[in-house]
Write a protein that binds this ligand. Structure first.
Ligand code: SF4
Length: 328
């Protein structure tokens, strides 16, 4: 690991100003991915600004939303009673997202910013446009069974690793940030960038901007939701495919639908086409199949991961069936 300067911030403004003033500086929170990447030489910030003492660790309950401080741990959020009651899809995604040790350490802000698990990204001997723009993508011809089929480009096919971000995208969460030019609120659906010419740019944050909180609108009281994660083994593993689904069903008709996909896309994927199929339709196997087909519209397989398209469809169908059974 390369040596770096370290300081601990006592106020949000101070942390933002320190990082903004130095292009080689970065924030440090839970560090569960960042420190690993520094040890591997993938990241080499010249200065780390420790933000763990900032007053950004809370879950506030509003009338229509929960407001989650960016330093709240995954475990703290999963243990919140309002989250358990009104946002079960998010709670399930949190619990399935990491071991309890990691959930206690990892922060919600850091979770949204976690880097891909693509093995070539972490291997300094391999070309990787995300690590070193313009060098190529080793995964295209390499081992890419775990890689994405949605939102890919010729520059990068790495999946986004977060589970809870998939639920948050489906829930219309909003990210609040503070930067050197002030505060702004960014819908999570606009937060992530597809890997076009610059796969190293993964989100719309500017240098020095800090996520301060996440606003998560509550689901309607009569909604039912689930996070279904399919993986090679039942723990300590990333998703091959996942679906975050919420439905409001009344008199057998779907009044509201949310569908997010994980494990198959380069960003947490909102499946708006599937939602359009579901909204106003009578709940049942046929419409669930149509919605699943719409969810993977535009998917592009590579040599080893074509199975993910069918797997994603089956994941969506099963999640919809599970929610529909709960609603009836
Ligand atoms: Fe790098 Fe993306 Fe290619 Fe993986 S898929 S090697 S992260 S460019």
């Amino acid at each position: 690991m390369r040596s770096f300067d370290y300081s601990r911030a006592t106020a949000v403004g101070e942390a933002v100003a320190t990082v903004a003033a130095d292009p080689a500086a970065a924030f440090l929170a839970g560090g569960t991915t960042q420190v690993d990447l520094m040890k591997d030489g993938v990241l080499a910030p010249a200065r780390l600004v420790d933000i763990t003492r900032l007053p950004l660790r809370y879950v506030h309950h509003g009338q229509d939303a929960v407001h989650v401080g960016a330093l709240t741990s995954m475990e703290e959020l999963a243990a919140d009673p309002v989250v358990a009651q009104r946002l079960p899809v998010m709670r399930e995604a949190l619990l399935l997202g990491a071991s309890v040790q990691l959930r206690n350490m990892a922060t919600m802000g850091g979770n949204l910013l976690q880097r891909t698990r693509c093995r070539y990204f972490r291997d300094l001997t391999c070309p990787c446009n995300k690590r070193e723009p313009g060098t190529g993508c080793a995964a295209l011809q390499g081992v890419h069974r775990m890689h994405a089929v949605l939102g890919t480009s010729e520059h990068c096919i790495a999946t986004h690793a977060s589970d809870v971000a998939v639920a948050l995208v489906a829930l219309d969460a909003v990210v609040h940030v503070q930067g050197p030019e002030g505060e702004r609120a960014i819908p999570l659906t606009d937060f992530y960038l597809l890997p076009r010419e610059e796969p190293n740019r993964e989100n719309v944050l500017r240098h020095g901007e800090l996520i301060t909180s996440i606003e998560v609108p509550l689901l309607p009281a009569n909604a039912r939701s689930v996070y279904l994660k399919v993986r090679d083994r039942t723990s300590y593993e990333f998703a091959l495919s996942s679906a975050a689904v919420a439905l409001v069903v009344r008199d057998g008709v779907i009044r509201e639908a949310r569908v997010g996909l994980g494990g198959v896309a380069t960003v947490p994927w909102r499946a708006g086409g599937a939602e359009d199929v579901l909204r106003g339709a009578r709940a049942g196997a046929e419409v669930f199949q149509s919605a699943a087909q719409a969810a993977v519209q535009g998917a592009i397989p590579h040599r080893d991961n074509a199975f993910k398209i069918e797997l994603a469809k089956r994941t969506v169908v099963r999640a919809l069936q599970t929610v529909s059974d709960k609603a009836s």
